[in-house]
Design a protein. Structure first.
Length: 277
């Protein structure tokens, strides 16, 4: 079944959102240059998948969220799914106009409900979340913003330190080749996944044509920053994924043991914005 996309826009940018597919942002275009900053997996048709599906095999791209886990975990209420349950959830429209879309999703397996507003103003997109986490357990909430490596990309980060998420995964950080991690090119065969220690609340990405993306996010609640990237080296994808997160480790157990996690029940709020130029 074909899924419906909804458009919000200004004179400078346009964004397409698919409520039925995790409420994800499907495209974000800077109109003066035509640059689309959202990566999509052209090998997979945009379609709904059952909750609990294998994430990597069904990853369609876009800008989405992971909750209440990344790695498959056991919770007090049952087993958490691969990359959580938000990415495959269907969101309902609460409000829609030219510049704003408000969504909600309920009846999640975890018993949680989330509300999300996506708005555009001039050259900026703003995304806000509120949720009620009802279960008494640790959890993870993470942004998952997939950006195409369609030409050279470079990161502007200050005073960072980086460690591998998994020393057995990737072929960049094991050689301490940070330059290759933050300066990407299409189809080099490189790939890796890292935690950015001591992140700041902003980062900028620029391509070879001087298109720029500036991400600002709620570092008070999203205290940790992960970056996944593949320059054709993982499943043939050319993509970098920016992942501000509540947790400092992929495994919930590891995050809890290092005091790098968050616990419910709690009223959870966070936000991010992206400005294009």
């Amino acid at each position: 079944m074909e899924v419906k996309k909804y458009l919000i826009e200004t004179e400078e940018i346009s964004a397409e959102i698919i409520p039925a597919l995790g409420g994800r942002i499907e495209s974000l275009i800077y109109k003066p240059s035509g640059k689309n900053w959202v990566w999509k997996n052209d090998k997979i048709k945009a379609t709904q998948v059952p909750t609990g599906s294998n994430y990597d095999q069904n990853w369609q791209g876009g800008w989405e969220e992971l909750f209440p886990n990344d790695a498959i975990e056991d919770f007090s209420w049952g087993k958490g799914y691969d990359h959580g349950e938000l990415w495959s959830a269907s969101w309902k429209i609460k409000k829609l106009d030219e510049n704003k879309l408000c969504l909600e999703t309920k009846n999640l397996t975890s018993g949680t409900e989330f509300f999300k507003s996506i708005s555009v103003s001039e050259s900026k997109i703003n995304v806000k979340y509120t949720g009620r986490v009802n279960f008494e357990d640790y959890f993870l909430f993470k942004l998952h913003l997939a950006i195409p490596v369609d030409n050279k990309l470079s990161f502007k980060l200050k005073n960072y330190e980086i460690t591998p998420v998994d020393k057995k995964f990737g072929n960049i950080l094991e050689n301490n080749n940070h330059s290759k991690f933050f300066n990407l090119e299409k189809d080099t065969g490189l790939y890796d996944f890292g935690y950015i220690n001591k992140p700041t609340k902003e980062l900028t990405i620029e391509d070879k044509n001087k298109n720029k993306l500036k991400l600002s996010y709620d570092i008070d609640n999203l205290k940790y920053l992960w970056i996944f990237q593949s320059q054709g080296g993982w499943m043939g994808h050319n993509v970098v994924v920016i992942e501000p997160c509540t947790n400092g480790r992929k495994s919930l157990k590891a995050a809890v043991s290092e005091n790098m996690s968050i616990k419910g029940p709690i009223n959870f709020e966070t936000n991010y914005s992206v400005e294009l130029s």
